[in-house]
Write a protein that binds this ligand. Structure first.
Ligand SMILES: Cc1cc2nc3c(=O)[nH]c(=O)nc-3n(C[C@H](O)[C@H](O)[C@H](O)COP(=O)(O)O)c2cc1C
Length: 495
C-alpha cells in the first residue's frame, strides 16, 4: 500500500510529512485501537466489553496462546501475487476471518451493528450478528446489501421466541445460524455485577422488543433494562427477580455515558431529572385548576408499569423457564439444551435455507458429537473467556477438534486474535477460518463504521504481509509446516 504512494520513507519509517499516508497514524495496531477505544467508552461499556469471567485467566490465555508458536518462513518463492481470499458460507471472503457476534453494539457507537455491517460490506468480510443486538436482524441485512451475514442464536427455553427469530433470519437471507453452546449458565463476570450492568433506556434488544410475556403491550423496557446478575438455577423465583430492576431511572449509572466517539452514543439522551421536574411543574403550573389525583390516574400508572423479567429457576420439583420480556441476563442461558434434542430441532427449523453451526465447542469429544448430529460446521470458542474461566485457550483446544473432525465439516476458531499473524497461526494449526470479537468493538467505539473498517484493514494488511513474508501465496498452502512451538524454557520444536 505504501509503495502506491511512492513516498520515500524517512529514517523513522514514516512517509515525508507532505505526502498522504493511507494509515491512521494514531492507530497502527490493534493494541493502539484498544487504547483509543478505552478513552472513548464509559466505564460500564468498557468493563462489559473487555472483561472475562472470574479472574480472566482464559481471556488472557486466549491471547498469550498465540505466542507459544513461531512462524517458519520460507524464502525465494515468487510471492508477487498473494491471494488472501477464502470461500465461506458460499461467499468469497477477502481474508480468512469474519466479525464474531457480539451483543449490544450501540453501547459502543450510536450506529451500532449497522456501522459494523457497512464496514464488513466495504471490506468483503462476513458478519456474525448476535441475537442480542441493538439493531434488528432485518436492518442489519439491509445495511449489508449482498454481503453475507450469519445469525448467532441463543436457543431459548420457550421455543416460540426462537422459532420466530429463525424464521425472520431465513426470510432476511442469513446464511447460517451459529448456535451458542457454551452458555448453559451465564459465566460470572464480576465487573458486570459490580457495575449493575444495564442497557441504557434509549437502547433496546431490538430483535425482541415485541416479544416476551408483555407481547402485544406497548412496553419494551424490559428488553432494554436488563441488570446483571449471575444466572443460576435458584429455588426461589423472587430472589432471582429481585435483582432485575427494569426501571433505569434508579440505575446507579442512570444510563449516562461519557463517550467521546465521533457520534454521540445516546441518540435520545435521558432527560436531566431536575429539568424533568421543572417541566412537570411548569406543566402543572400551566393549568390553573389542576384536577385532584383520581383513582383512574393511579390505575393507569399501575397498568403501564413494566413487567420484570425473571430468569429460569428450579422450584425443587421442576424447572421453570424464564418469563417476562426477553433480556440477556434472564433468557440467554439455557441449561436444558442437549445434542439429542436441540440440534435436530434446530436443523429442521433452519431447513435447507440456513446452515446450522455450533459455536463454543472446545473438545474432541464434543466435536465428534457435533459431526455425528449433522452440524454444518464448528466454531472452537470459549466465548472470548467470558464463560468458564480456567477453560483451555481456544488455540490450544483447536488441534484436538481438528483431528476429531477429520475434515468432515469446517472448523473455525475465535478468541484472542489481535494480529494478522494470529490468523496465520490458527490456520496453520488446522482452522479453516477465524472470527474476531473485541477488536471490532474497539473500532466501533473509536470511529463507528470508519473505526471498524480500520480494524478490519489492519488485520487484513497484517495477514497479507505475514503470508508474503512466510513465503505463501494462497490460504490453502498454510499448514503446520510453517509453525514451530516454543516451550516454557524457550526451546523450539517442529510440530
Ligand atoms: C462484549 C461481548 C459480547 C458478546 N456477545 C456474544 C453473543 O451475544 N453471543 C455469542 O455467541 N458470543 C458473544 N460474544 C463472544 C464472541 O462471539 C467471541 O466468541 C469472542 O468475542 C471472541 O474473542 P475475542 O473477543 O478475544 O476476539 C461476545 C463477546 C464480547 C466481548
Amino acid at each position: 500500500m505504501a509503495s502506491k504512494t511512492k513516498a520515500e520513507p524517512t529514517a523513522s519509517g514514516s512517509p515525508p510529512a507532505n505526502q498522504a499516508t493511507p494509515h491512521d497514524l494514531n492507530c497502527l495496531t490493534i493494541a493502539e485501537l484498544e487504547a483509543l477505544a478505552y478513552e472513548r467508552m464509559d466505564k460500564q461499556t468498557r468493563d462489559y466489553y473487555n472483561e472475562g469471567a472470574d479472574a480472566g485467566t482464559t481471556l488472557s490465555e486466549n491471547i498469550s496462546a498465540y505466542s507459544k508458536y513461531r512462524i517458519r518462513p520460507r524464502v525465494l518463492r515468487d510471492i508477487s501475487q498473494i491471494d488472501t481470499t477464502v470461500d465461506v458460507f458460499g461467499h468469497k471472503n477477502s481474508s480468512p476471518f469474519g466479525v464474531a457476534p457480539t451483543a449490544m453494539q450501540k453501547l459502543a457507537h450510536s450506529d451500532g451493528e449497522l456501522a459494523t455491517a457497512r464496514a464488513c460490506k466495504s471490506k468483503g468480510i462476513v458478519m456474525g450478528l448476535s441475537s442480542f443486538s441493538t439493531s434488528t436482524l432485518e436492518d442489519v441485512a439491509e445495511a449489508s446489501e449482498a454481503n453475507p451475514n450469519v445469525l448467532q442464536l441463543y436457543l431459548f427455553e420457550d421455543r416460540a421466541h426462537s422459532t420466530k427469530l429463525i424464521d425472520r433470519a431465513k426470510k432476511a437471507g442469513y446464511k447460517a445460524v451459529l448456535l451458542t453452546v457454551d452458555t448453559p449458565m451465564l459465566g460470572r463476570r464480576n465487573l458486570e455485577i459490580r457495575n449493575q450492568f444495564k442497557l441504557p433506556a434509549h437502547l433496546s434488544i431490538a430483535n425482541f422488543v415485541d416479544q416476551g410475556e408483555d407481547e402485544g403491550e406497548d412496553d419494551n423496557d424490559g428488553a432494554s433494562g436488563s441488570t446483571a446478575s449471575t444466572q443460576t438455577t435458584t429455588t426461589n423465583a423472587s430472589s432471582s427477580s429481585s435483582s432485575l430492576s427494569t426501571d433505569n431511572t434508579d440505575s446507579p449509572n442512570n444510563g449516562t455515558t461519557t463517550t467521546t466517539a465521533d457520534k454521540p452514543l445516546r441518540s435520545t439522551p435521558r432527560q436531566n431529572p431536575h429539568k424533568r421536574r421543572a417541566n412537570t411543574s411548569s406543566k402543572r403550573n400551566s393549568n390553573p385548576n389542576p384536577k385532584p389525583k383520581t383513582k383512574t390516574k393511579t390505575k393507569t400508572k399501575t397498568k403501564t408499569k413494566p413487567k420484570q423479567s425473571v430468569a429460569g429457576y428450579h422450584d425443587g420439583h421442576k424447572r421453570h423457564p424464564p418469563t417476562g420480556p426477553i433480556t440477556f441476563h434472564t433468557h440467554a442461558a439455557n441449561p436444558t439444551l442437549s445434542w439429542e434434542e436441540s440440534i435436530p430441532w434446530l436443523k429442521s427449523r433452519a431447513g435447507p435455507e440456513m446452515q446450522v453451526w455450533v459455536k463454543g465447542v472446545a473438545t474432541a469429544e464434543d466435536a465428534t458429537l457435533a459431526v455425528h448430529h449433522g452440524v454444518d460446521g464448528i466454531v472452537v470458542s470459549n466465548h472470548g473467556g467470558r464463560q468458564l474461566n480456567g477453560a483451555l485457550a481456544t488455540l490450544d483446544a483447536l488441534p484436538e477438534v481438528v483431528a476429531a473432525v477429520n475434515r468432515e465439516v469446517p472448523v473455525h476458531v475465535d478468541g484472542g486474535i489481535r494480529h494478522g499473524s494470529d490468523v496465520f497461526k490458527a490456520l496453520a494449526l488446522g482452522a479453516d477460518f477465524c472470527w474476531v470479537g473485541r477488536p471490532v468493538l474497539w473500532g466501533l467505539a473509536y470511529k463507528g463504521r470508519d473505526g471498524v473498517e480500520l480494524c478490519l484493514r489492519l488485520l487484513m494488511d497484517e495477514f497479507r504481509l505475514c503470508m508474503g513474508l512466510a513465503g505463501v501465496t494462497s490460504v490453502k498452502e498454510i499448514s503446520k509446516e510453517y509453525l514451530c512451538r516454543v516451550d516454557r524454557d524457550g526451546f523450539v520444536s517442529k510440530l
